[in-house]
Design a protein around this ligand. Structure first.
Ligand SMILES: Cc1cc2nc3c(=O)[nH]c(=O)nc-3n(C[C@H](O)[C@H](O)[C@H](O)COP(=O)(O)O)c2cc1C
Length: 205
């Protein structure tokens, strides 16, 4: 039996495209973005529109939907830190998504300990196992209020307790993911699968 698909035209959906894409581009990792404002307020906010943009040079990106403090600070100071959002901190991650005014630091409002970064001014979240320190590598504004923020990775610090055989282990990192609407998820079942080289397929034929 063939499936019956429902079709969506972004031109007709307007703002409705946002919850739709949010529900189907899943699961998304949650960048816990730390920035410092030009006048010295430490800001922290989760951003799930987050990924790796480039390997050489190493670049990551997050997207600000609207003009938020994280975007303003990253552009004003040229620096940000992406911390991993682990299961054990899910309530704190969510609490930093409250729309605190710019003069209020989420670190203090939520009660999160800072840890100094190595190369940039915005602090790390001390309790997060991973900090990716970035210098602004540009922004891309598509005109409708969403701005992609690119950051060149200048330092990565990983808590040794989440390393196994010198590699960050997924069961120790315990990252949270964002799904549609207000849904969150944990990592679920993990499996290992080798990528088969074409030459191997040919040799078997
Ligand atoms: C799990 C989660 C993921 C989020 N992802 C994004 C995102 O990708 N982009 C965005 O603009 N806002 C996102 N938000 C909302 C922001 O965190 C929220 O608007 C926050 O107040 C922004 O803080 P700021 O003004 O200090 O930057 C997300 C919220 C949560 C809880």
């Amino acid at each position: 039996m063939s499936s019956v698909r429902r079709d969506y035209d972004p031109a007709e959906l307007g703002g409705g495209i946002y919850p739709l894409l949010n529900s189907v581009v899943v699961p998304r990792p949650i960048a816990w973005v730390s920035t410092r404002s030009a006048d010295g307020v430490d800001n922290l906010a989760p951003h799930s529109f987050f990924t790796i943009s480039s390997v050489t040079p190493p670049v990551v990106q997050f997207t600000s939907v609207g003009a938020k403090d994280s975007l303003r600070n990253a552009v004003a100071t040229g620096e940000f830190v992406v911390c991993l959002s682990p299961e054990q901190l899910v309530e704190q991650v969510n609490a930093t998504a409250t729309d605190f005014p710019p003069h209020v630091s989420e670190f203090d409002a939520v009660g999160l300990e800072r840890e100094p970064s190595r190369l940039v001014a915005p602090p790390r979240v001390a309790a997060s196992p991973v900090a990716i320190e970035c210098r602004l590598a540009g922004t891309r504004d598509f005109g409708g209020g969403s701005t992609v923020v690119f950051g060149e990775v200048v330092w990565v610090a990983v808590d040794e307790r989440v390393l196994r055989e010198d590699r960050p282990a997924i069961d120790l990192l315990k990252p949270m993911a964002r799904l549609g609407a207000n849904e969150w998820s944990t990592i679920g079942e993990v499996s290992d699968r080798r990528r088969v080289p074409y030459a191997e397929l040919q040799a078997q034929a």
